[in-house]
Design a protein around this ligand. Structure first.
Ligand code: SF4
Length: 85
């Protein structure tokens, strides 16, 4: 069994980028080059104000998704067990 990272509460994201830093820490990379999580400010069609928008590269699941989930202060993520076969 392995875990995958899922975004369950995207509207709760405050843009703190702790998830980005944790992913980069796991990759042992400094800076945002090759980042597997990106946070953008974006104005959606149905919203008056810009909101934080997350983009996650599926390769994030080769890292430790559980640690990325727990570092988020807004509980934006959930992890899901999948069959690793
Ligand atoms: S850690 Fe959570 S609140 Fe902070 S940018 Fe990532 S998803 Fe958003």
């Amino acid at each position: 069994m392995s875990k995958i990272l899922k975004i369950i509460k995207p509207d709760k994201c405050n843009g703190c980028e702790l998830c980005v830093l944790e992913a980069q820490r796991q990759l042992e990379t400094v800076g945002l080059e090759g980042a597997l999580i990106r946070v953008f400010r974006k104005k959606l069609e149905n919203s008056e104000y810009p909101q934080n928008h997350l983009e996650i590269d599926p390769r994030i699941n080769s890292l430790n998704p559980g640690k990325i989930k727990i570092i988020c202060p807004q509980e934006v993520f959930e992890t899901q067990e999948i069959d690793g076969n």
